[in-house]
Design a protein around this ligand. Structure first.
Ligand code: EPZ
Length: 414
């Protein structure tokens, strides 16, 4: 499959967002702790979501996706080896380790896959579980854990999203109190905590850098609607900024995208926010952004680095974008240059001299957000762009061609 894009259209319209992929994935993993029905609403139809549901089913649980509603029941789960065929499909498979260990006192999982944007170690996940009392054996093929978990005070070397989530979930059924210092502060962490508390857990402080989890005996089922997807929202906003037009995003929390709002304002967009709706207006050529660095929340999100590089490619003047989280997250720059951009990569910094126009080309998505950046470039470019390897894009955007054609983009899948 590939995407065919005829560039040059402005974008305008109103969009409602699905639940955030990076909130739903740990919530599905967390269902392992619950022996009753859990219903999750407004879930996008994504490859990564189905990968997590397949892992639950491979362990004997039930997990159904029906038009945006996910129903999971892990009452009959058995902790067997989760094999490589399943775990290589998504980085988020590692999230299942903490909950299984917490409920069954043993777990066996092959190493996770996911976007190739860097080495993506899991040392912080494993050291946190060890501090809770797990014995961990890493073989070539799998990670084997066992032990009864007891609350502990854990200081993370860096605010890893996944490690914070894994440790938080493992602590839910552990004996006693766990404190996580230097915890990640992303909104998806607070959302996972809200889900756990809706199931009868006791998690306090999520969203700050200190999270306290009081161990409980068991959790009960619930019906939950996760927060909307701030990265999909940001992708829409940047696309509108690049192509020109007017976009209204329904039901988005301004604090989730405030760093992006600041930079789009610097670039020359007009943004307004009222009653949970964000309006983005862009006309004429944007100005470059002299310096932008990605960072841990609430700084500029690494997941919007690639789409922002597309914006910088066609903005006036010189821009500089520094990627601070992942060591290999500029693969899309090669393809943007193929389309006529002027980007030089110096280590983890992209130096961009804005060009007046990009030309449509055949390009290849190499990871999820880089693929989205190429779609935005195609929507702007003169002529036709073909984006291949779109399975990467389908991991995080539900039918991206429908997403953009609904607001005026000339794009289809074949
Ligand atoms: C989560 O990945 C997201 N994925 C990523 O989104 C996102 O880019 C990332 O957080 C940062 O916000 C999901 O939530 C499923 P990290 P994660 O652990 O948890 C280092 C997307 O496009 N690190 O916060 O893997 C790591 O190398 C995806 O939706 C260790 O050193 O990210 C990186 O430099 C891509 N040891 C930094 O921490 C560890 O044990 C941040 O990684 C773990 C991480």
């Amino acid at each position: 499959m590939e995407l065919v894009i005829n560039g040059g259209n402005k974008l305008s319209g109103e969009v409602k967002l699905h639940a955030a992929k990076n909130a739903v994935l740990p919530i599905i993993a967390c269902c392992v702790l619950v022996g009753e029905d859990v219903v999750i609403n407004n879930v996008p139809d994504l490859i990564d979501i189905h990968a997590m549901l397949d892992i639950i089913k491979s362990l004997g649980g039930s997990a159904e996706y029906d038009e945006g509603t996910v129903t999971v029941n892990c009452n009959s789960l058995v902790p067997t080896l989760i094999d490589r065929e399943l775990t290589k499909r998504a980085r988020s498979s590692i999230f299942i380790l903490g909950p299984i260990l917490s409920r069954f006192h043993e777990a066996k999982i092959s190493y996770p896959g996911g976007c190739e944007i860097g080495t993506r170690p899991i040392d912080l996940h494993l050291s946190g579980l060890k501090q809770l009392g797990a014995e961990i054996c890493e073989t070539e093929k799998a990670i084997e854990c066992k032990g009864n978990l007891n609350g502990s005070e854990i200081v993370l070397r860096l605010p890893s999203v996944g490690a914070t989530e894994n440790i938080m979930m493992a602590a839910v059924l552990a004996q006693g109190r766990t404190i996580i210092h230097n915890a990640a502060k992303e909104p998806e962490i607070a959302d996972l905590a809200a889900f756990i508390n809706a199931c009868g857990g006791k998690v306090y402080g999520a969203g700050s850098d200190i999270i306290i989890i009081e161990g409980v005996e068991k959790l009960h089922g619930t019906v939950y609607t996760p927060i909307s997807d701030r990265i999909v929202a940001g992708t829409y906003m940047i696309a509108t900024a690049v192509c020109g037009g007017k976009l209204v995003l329904r039901d988005i929390n301004l604090s989730y995208i405030s760093s992006l709002v600041n930079f789009l304002t610097v670039a020359g967009c007009r943004l307004s926010y009222r009653a949970n709706d964000m309006t983005v207006i862009s006309s004429g050529r944007l100005s470059g952004i002299p310096k932008l660095s990605t960072g841990y929340y609430p700084y500029y999100p690494t997941d919007l680095q690639a789409p922002m590089l597309t914006l910088m490619s066609v903005a006036k003047g010189r821009s500089e974008l520094k990627e601070n989280l992942f060591e290999s997250r500029f693969k899309h720059a090669v393809w943007l240059n193929e389309m006529g951009a002027d980007i030089t990569i110096d280590g983890t910094t992209a130096i961009v001299n804005g060009v007046k126009k990009l030309k449509g080309k055949e390009v290849f998505a190499e990871d999820l957000r880089g693929g989205a950046a190429l779609v935005i470039a195609g929507l702007k470019a003169e002529g036709q762009t073909i984006v291949k390897n779109i399975c990467h894009i389908d991991r995080g955007y539900e039918k991206i061609e429908c997403l953009f054609s609904a607001i005026g983009g000339d794009i289809y899948r074949r």
